[in-house]
Design a protein around this ligand. Structure first.
Ligand SMILES: [Zn+2]
Length: 328
């Protein structure tokens, strides 16, 4: 993949990726699809459309006003945070899965969603406050959605670009992939966060059971390219947002192994420490995972905030026995 100095890279004849930085040192990868109608997959944070998308589009001879559709993979702040600005500058219509509508409709709902795992694991008030502030600072105006999508809906952009909606919840309730079947390309946002995106990190998902079922569902599907929302760790490449060929299945299997390993740590902690609180259980998981997930080795001890969501949901699933580690 060659990166153009103007900030975009060509994925295939009608698809481009654009890297957008956001507060806190992260990058999110957006995708542009050029059919008879032009669509952007995700909009980044509040000012990504004017600060990143506009100059990248200009490099392709396009303007924001040429965008017809916003196809959100989910409603997180770094994927749908730019929806408000984008809508103002382009009047593009927003498509989003129905189960993430609550976050697209309300910044407060998104704050509650993002902070719930920290509160469940007794993080300090400062840590909860910081997460809330980061969420508010990166999320633009809540503008909801114009078209609510469900499993198997199709979006036809013309020129042979027909995208089928694949619901893969877990990262968020309404996480979806847009499957361009004729090209074998899955545009999937954060539905499969691999082994996390930062060294020492953990994958981010809020419902371990639906996440594990989504991984099983995706691993039964036939595609040749995964276009991810971040440069996740896993597979044969250290950090890359686009996975091709055999690397797709390696990346998926790595995500499954990582989730199952985190779950086993939760099960072990619950078994060893009956009656313990969730924070104690999570701390025991950190100690165990240092030895079983290699990338965690570089992480200092203590409980990383990035682990909170996955740890909290795996603890809940270990307590009620609802996680299915053996589904493929
Ligand atoms: Zn996300």
């Amino acid at each position: 993949m060659e990166v153009d100095p103007l900030g975009f890279a060509q994925v295939n004849h009608s698809c481009y990726t654009i890297m957008a930085p956001f507060h806190g040192g992260g990058n999110v990868f957006l995708y542009l699809l050029k059919g008879d109608r032009i669509a952007v997959v995700d909009t980044g944070v509040e000012h990504t459309p004017s600060e990143v998308l506009q100059p990248a589009l200009a490099g392709m001879g396009l303007a924001l006003s040429d965008i017809d559709l916003i196809l959100n993979t989910h409603a997180h702040l770094d994927h749908a945070g730019g929806n408000g600005e984008m809508k103002k500058l382009s009047r593009a219509s927003i498509c989003l899965h129905r189960d993430d509508l609550f976050m697209a409709d309300s910044v407060q709902a998104q704050v509650e969603f993002m902070t719930a795992p920290l509160i469940a694991l007794d993080f300090s008030r400062e840590a909860v406050g910081e997460r809330a502030e980061h969420t508010i600072a990166n999320t633009g105006q809540a503008v909801g959605a114009d078209t609510v999508l469900s499993e198997d809906d199709t979006v036809d952009l013309g020129k042979g670009i027909v995208l089928r909606v694949v619901h893969n919840p877990g990262h968020t309730p309404g996480s979806i992939s847009y499957f361009w079947e004729s090209e074998g390309i899955m545009l999937m946002g954060d539905g499969v966060p691999g082994m996390g995106s930062r060294p020492g990190g953990y994958p981010l998902y809020f419902d371990a059971c639906s996440y594990r079922r989504s991984l099983a569902k995706l691993s039964r599907m036939d595609f040749r390219m995964m276009c991810l929302g971040h440069a996740y760790l896993g597979g044969t490449l250290v950090n890359h947002p686009i996975r091709e060929g055999a690397d797709c299945m390696l990346f998926l299997k790595g995500a499954i192994r990582t989730a199952d390993t985190i779950h086993q740590a939760a099960v072990d902690a619950v078994r060893r420490m009956p009656g313990a609180g969730k924070r104690e259980l999570a701390l025991a998981m950190v100690s165990e995972l240092v030895y079983s997930i290699p990338q965690v080795l570089v992480r200092e001890t203590g409980m990383p905030g990035a682990a909170a969501a996955a740890f909290a949901t795996h603890i809940d699933a270990a307590l009620d026995g609802s996680y299915e580690a053996d589904i493929l």
